[in-house]
Ligand binder design. Structure first.
Ligand code: PNS
Length: 182
């Protein structure tokens, strides 16, 4: 049976998309584990204007660049529009998603099917969250922080510092616009 050459493997590119508003220790765990298994990983921040994120696109990208520094073969980028179009533009073939809880699976499973129907050839792989991070989401981090709670266990130090520098008016709790948010 033929084995893949190193060259063919190096062309294999996976995309880990998300809002990363902000990036949490749970995201970072998925990034590290995905990067250990895929030779080229792009962490792609969605520009999602409809979600009115707490952090600007540039802030989210900058923070990801800081926290991903030192993880080999990881690029941080951003995109607008359909994820599958971005993946194909970047010549990728795989979407990585993290799953924390069972209800994530229902949503992500239908997204994976939809994305594959939109663009045959772009498939999705799921990584289960490590147990110690399974309860952390960006939305809960934002909520705990805006109510004065301690988020230092849930986010990398650079994110904590950035959150503490935010103008108070930006921290007003926003109405949840959808069911889930990593
Ligand atoms: O971190 P999130 O908010 O759970 O990430 C969601 C994300 C970015 C993966 C998802 O919203 C997405 O893929 N957005 C791009 C638009 C798109 O392709 N939608 C799929 C068809 S509805």
């Amino acid at each position: 049976m033929a084995t893949k050459t190193a060259d063919a493997t190096s062309k294999f590119l996976a995309v880990y998309p998300g809002s990363f508003d902000p990036v949490t220790n749970g995201h970072l765990d998925i990034i590290r584990r995905a990067a250990a298994n895929y030779p080229n990983l792009i962490v792609a921040v969605v520009a999602n204007p409809s979600k009115r994120p707490l952090l600007s696109l540039q802030e989210r990208v900058d923070l990801l660049r800081v926290v991903c520094k030192g993880i080999p073969h990881v690029e941080v980028d951003c995109f607008e529009g359909l994820l599958v179009d971005y993946v194909r533009r970047r010549k990728g073939s795989l979407i990585i998603k993290g799953l924390r809880i069972v209800s994530d699976f229902e949503y992500e499973f239908s997204m994976a099917l939809l994305n594959r129907r939109l663009r045959g050839g772009v498939d999705t792989m799921f990584l289960p969250a490590s147990l110690e991070y399974a309860f952390i989401s960006s939305s809960s981090v934002r909520e705990v922080f805006s109510l004065g709670g301690d988020i230092s266990e849930f986010v990398p130090p650079a994110v904590l510092r950035a959150m503490k520098r935010l103008d108070g008016s930006r921290l007003r709790l926003k109405k949840k616009v959808r069911r889930r948010d990593h």
